[in-house]
Write a new protein. Structure first.
Length: 270
């Protein structure tokens, strides 16, 4: 009788696991990230759409993006740059306003240097949260040729809900198509100073701080928007052609040591 009860309990537990959860097996890199307590974590691999942070912000794919391989051999997703993306429904955990700080981390791999479905001066929003009147934040990459003379600049911005110009940080290096980049955007309205009276943005590349800028320069006061978060696009106005994986959101600012550990874990694992 005890044996039959145990079998029944196991079957109940298995029934409670979603297909996305059952497809996910935690790796050393995942454990490293989860130990830093993200409020949202999406490995974004084939068949894996669930939020692994425990906050149940599960996502969905639009289109049928192909599989890609991260530097440590784990899976990621390759978007076609036309009509494929990943959507996470709106949640307060995805906003700066919840704690005053938001850190967004991801691995991204542009597979072309000139994007076909770009917007404005020639850039794509490859991840972000924002629609008309509900702008929050965005990760951007420019094409090699654009009207602002920003060849392959990679940046991140914070906006007022109404939109307009955002306050942001960037790095602008020579980019090789097919090369993985560890990207981290920080928006902080808590740790103010004379140099940053209302807070700042920071941008890290491969675990190294590359730029820091004031929110006050564009009078940015982040609001709590209602737009979903998307990966591969932001509001369907442009689309990223390349791969993205291991997307994490935190409600505090990670230290350089934490980010360096994440980068090392990914790049040193065979």
């Amino acid at each position: 009788m005890r044996f039959r009860k145990t079998i029944g309990t196991c079957m109940l537990l298995l029934a409670l696991i979603s297909p996305a959860d059952s497809a996910f097996a935690s790796s050393d890199y995942d454990d490293e990230v989860l130990a830093d307590h993200p409020v949202g974590y999406w490995p974004i691999a084939s068949g894996v759409t669930a939020d692994q942070s425990g906050h149940s912000m599960n996502g969905t794919f639009t289109g049928s993006p192909a599989s890609a391989t991260l530097p440590n051999g784990e899976g990621a997703i390759k978007f076609n740059g036309v009509d494929q993306y990943f959507t996470i429904p709106d949640d307060d955990y995805l906003e700066v306003t919840r704690t005053g700080i938001l850190t967004v981390e991801a691995w991204m791999r542009p597979d072309v240097l000139q994007f076909t479905h770009s917007e404005s001066s020639g850039y794509v929003h490859w991840m972000g949260k924002g629609t008309s009147g509900q702008h929050s934040w965005v990760a951007r990459m420019y094409s090699l040729t654009n009207t602002e003379n920003r060849p392959n600049r990679i940046s991140g911005y914070s906006f007022n809900l109404s939109g307009g110009l955002g306050a942001g940080s960037y790095f602008q290096d020579a980019v090789t198509a097919g090369e993985w980049i560890h990207y981290t955007l920080v928006i902080n309205t808590v740790d103010t100073s004379s140099a940053y009276p209302t807070g700042y943005t920071k941008l890290y590349k491969n675990g190294v701080l590359r730029d820091q800028d004031s929110l006050s320069g564009y009078s940015i006061v982040p609001g709590n928007g209602t737009a979903p978060m998307r990966v591969g696009t932001r509001d369907l106005a442009s689309f990223f052609e390349g791969a993205v994986g291991k997307v994490a959101v935190y409600d505090y600012e990670l230290t350089p040591a934490q980010l360096a550990a994440h980068y090392t874990q990914m790049t040193s694992t065979p």
